[in-house]
Design a binder for this molecule. Structure first.
Ligand code: TMP
Ligand code: ASP
Length: 239
């Protein structure tokens, strides 16, 4: 499959059209941003890690009954995926308090929840991805009630599958962000990426951060963290 023209360049990825109108190629960059693009940098090798790791997770999730946009890995940085219209909702699942949850509610990081939480943000960079609930999403016609119910169901399944998968690698899945898309026939599929950019991973023994928080918080060891999580993931292929 050949790249035809660039359709879009985001903060971490580029998207190209192909000869097939139903398929696009995603190309992962090493560029990193945080705080809605305010902080910019590069994480050497990130594109390769995020591409390959995302694809492993997508294959695993397909097997567990979550439909995804994944079609075929083309190279270290490029993947063929189904063309979708992204549902403008960022779906965040949390198992342990961290990040904006801790900040918003004034609690320390690391509190293990009895049950996972779900929240939605309106995917809109100009507005800074504001938090919203299902009623707001419906009022804004971002998705239908049925689509939101399906997205919630898929998101909790993703959590169960990934929590177990990462624990076996000695990693706690603290929280993560998902995006869903709609194919031409209206099917809702998991899209975007599942990577250290979009998940918080803590070492199960030491609570060491193995994700993008090292970049967001200027902690150092960013590349090493991406390498370490990738090493663990590739040491035990998902399938
Ligand atoms: P938060 O605690 O900052 O709301 O982040 C929750 C999770 O979502 C965390 O795993 C990082 C991920 N995330 C993204 O993937 N993109 C974003 O723009 C933000 C703010 C968070
Ligand atoms: N990628 C997002 C941004 O640039 C935020 C983040 O991951 O922290 O703003």
């Amino acid at each position: 499959m050949q790249k035809v023209e660039q359709l879009y360049e985001g903060k971490a990825k580029k998207v190209y059209a192909t000869d097939d109108p139903a398929l696009v190629i995603v190309s992962y960059k090493d560029d990193a941003t945080a705080f809605n693009g305010l902080k910019k940098g590069t994480i050497a090798g990130k594109g390769v890690v995020n591409n390959r790791m995302t694809n492993m997770m997508m294959r695993l999730l397909e097997e567990k009954g979550v439909p995804t946009h994944f079609v075929e890995e083309l190279s270290d940085r490029e993947t063929l995926v189904k063309k979708v219209k992204i549902v403008p909702l960022e779906v965040i699942i949390r198992n342990v308090s961290a990040g904006s949850f801790s900040k918003r509610y004034g609690v320390k990081e690391g509190i293990v929840f009895d049950a996972p939480t779900i929240e939605f943000s309106y995917k809109n960079d100009e507005l800074g991805d504001p938090l919203l609930n299902t009623y707001h999403a419906l009022a804004l016609k971002l998705a239908t009630k049925e689509e939101i119910a399906l997205i919630e169901k898929y998101a909790f399944t993703v959590n169960e599958v990934l929590k177990e998968y990462f624990l076996a690698l000695g990693v706690k899945l603290i929280d993560f962000k998902l995006e869903f898309g709609k194919t031409a026939d209206g099917t809702i599929v998991l899209a975007d990426e599942i990577s250290p950019d979009t998940c918080r991973f803590w070492d199960a023994k030491t609570d060491e951060k193995l994700d993008k928080d090292r970049f967001r918080r200027d902690m150092g060891g960013v590349e090493d963290a991406y390498r370490e999580i990738f090493k663990r993931v590739t040491s035990r292929p998902a399938n």
